[in-house]
Design a protein around this ligand. Sequence first.
Ligand code: 6PG
Length: 251
Amino acid sequence: MTGGTRPQVRVFPDPEALSRAAAEFFTAISNKSIASRGRFVVALSGGSTPRRLYALLGSPPYQNDVDWKQVHIFWADERCVPQYHAESNFKLAVDTLLSRVAIPQENIHRIKGEDGPERAAEEYERDIRSFFGPASLPVFDLIILGAGEDGHTASLFPGSPALRETTRLAAPVHLELPKPGRVTLTLPVLNHAVRTLFLAAGHAKAGVVHAILVNGNPLHYPAGLVQPVRGGVIWFVDKQAAGLLTTQGHT
Ligand code: 6PG
C-alpha cells in the first residue's frame, strides 16, 4: 500500500525559517482539523530538529493561535528511559511546548518508555486503539518526523524487524547496548496519516535527503518507505540539507 504522489519539498534559508514555517503549518492544519472534525490529533518526534518548532508553538503568537483544548498529542517514537530523562521525547515536548499551553492532561498520550520496549509498545498500542476506536488503523491528522543520516525515521532503523510489521501499530525496538530500547509507530500507521511532515536541517542530512527524494532506495532508507496512502507527505528542509537537490520541482 503506497501513496501515488511524489512528496512535496519546501526549502528554507535556515533552520529558523524552517521552524517558523512548520509552526505556521501546524497552526493552519490544527485549525482546519478542529473546524472540520472537532479535534486535531498529532504525533510528535524527538531529535534536535523539531525543538525550535515546539518552542515556537509554546510561545506567542502560536501559543494562542491553536485551540489546545482540542489537540491530542501522541508520539512517533520514544526511548525506553525514565519519563523525565534527558533523552525522553516526552520530556522534550513537555519542556518546550506542553508545559506552556492550555492542553488538558488527558489529551497527552505518552509512550511509557520506562516500562521497557515490549510492554510499553503493547500499552501504547492499546491507548491508540482505545482513542481511535475500532478502525483497524488510526488516522492521525499530522505526524511530524525527522530523518537520521542513516535514513531512519521515528525509531524505524535500516534492517530493523519493526519495518516488517503489518498488523501492529506500535513495535518494540532493540538497539546495540548500551543504547536504550525504543518504541516506534509502525509503517502502516505512518502511511495511514492524513499528512506527514518531515523536518531536516544541516549539511549532514544532504546525502540522505537526496537519496530519499531523488534516488529513492526505500529498502536502505526507512524514511523513504513513508508513502502515505493519501499522498500527504511534505518535507521541510533547510538550504544545507537541500544542498544536493536540484531546484527543479522544489519550492
Ligand atoms: C528520535 C526520533 C528520530 C529523529 C531523527 C532525526 O527520537 O530521535 O524520533 O527519528 O527524528 O533521528 O533527529 P535530528 O532531528 O536530531 O536530526
